[in-house]
Ligand binder design. Sequence first.
Ligand code: DQA
Length: 148
Amino acid sequence: MLKVFVLHGPNLNLLGKREPGVYGHVTLEQIDEWLKQEAQQLQIQLEILQSNHEGILVDAIQGAKGQYQGILINPGAYTHTSVAIRDAIAAVDLPTVEVHLSNIYRREAFRHHSYIAPVAIGQISGLGTDSYLLGLQALANYLRRSPS
Ligand code: DQA
């Protein structure tokens, strides 16, 4: 069975309470539940990790090689700052989909650049929780078309 690693970056643990005007009222637990339901439909296995720490995310990505066939990541603010997360994704060379709840291109200029996008197979931004679900579907489709 295909195995996908879902990574949530910093501050996403605060979803539901954090800037609801931008991110909505849905909690991370709810998003994880929907992702698990979607994974069942898609017949894939999920492992999910949230961390506020860049190094923990880098370690998790390094450890994904050989364990998972793909990565679904919302790198949060590290999207715009982390060469280390980008390099980890490039190093493991696993198909990775980048997702964002908000449309990063409609927001402040510093959010318009993603260090992750060039090493991702694609990016979904601005569709709220659908960004995650559509990202998972797209990743599953990609992995089925071109298994590693
Ligand atoms: C985010 C967008 C980032 O710019 C921000 O720092 C986040 C969340 C999103 O899902 O919309 O923490 O990744």
